[in-house]
Design a protein around this ligand. Sequence first.
Ligand code: C5P
Length: 217
Amino acid sequence: FQPKSLAGKQVLITAGPTFEPIDAVRGITNISSGKMGYAVARAAVEAGARVTLISGPTALAAPLGCLRVDVNTAQQMLDAVLAHVGKADIFIGVAAVADYAVKNRSEHKIKKSDANLSIELTPNPDILATVASLPAAPFCVGFAAESQHVLQYADEKRRRKKVPLLVANLAQAAFGADDNEITLLDDAGHHPLPKASKQVLARELIQHIARMITPHA
Ligand code: C5P
C-alpha cells in the first residue's frame, strides 16, 4: 500500500484569468483558459489533498472532489484566497491575474462618442507575494509565463516574490493549448520537464511539491 503523496494536506490554488470591469458591459482581462490551474487542482485531488480552487471566469467544469470558489476581479481573488489560506499547507498561484484594475469604473454603459477616451488604471495587489509574506505562510508555488528570456525572468520572479518553487513556461506555447513545456525552478536549480499534456505536467509538479515538503518521503 502506497500512501498518497499529499494525503491529509490542504491545497489552495488560483486559476484562470481575472476580469476587471470598465463599465456595465466591458472589461480588461488576461488570456488564460484556466486549463493548467484546473489540471493542477485535479492532480492535487488525485494525490489525496483537500483542494480549494479559487477560479476566475473560465469555461471549465470544476474538477471532481475540489471546492471551487468563483471570482471575477483580482481583489475578489485576493479576498477569497485570504479567507481560505489559514488552513492551507500549500498555495499554488496559477491564475493569470490582471496587473491593473480600472480606477473609476462606471456602473452604467459608457456611451460612445468621437472623442478619445482615457481609462485610468490602478495596480492590483500581488496575491502570490501577499500570501508568501504572511507570518504563517503555506508552502508557496508561483507560475511565470514569459514571452522571452523565460528562465532569467522566472529566476528573478522567484526571488522577488520569495517563493521556494516557481514554474516557468513560454507564454505563447501555453495559451489555450492542452500541452505545455515547463521548467521547475527551486533552490536546487532548474528542472526542465519534457513537453507533455498539462495534466501529466500537473502530476509531476504535485510530486515535486510533495518531495520538497517531505524530503524523506
Ligand atoms: O508577476 P507575474 O504576474 O508574472 O507573476 C506570476 C505569478 O504571480 C503567478 O503565480 C500568478 O498567479 C501570481 N500573481 C498573483 N497576483 C498578481 C500577479 C501575479 O498572485 N497580481
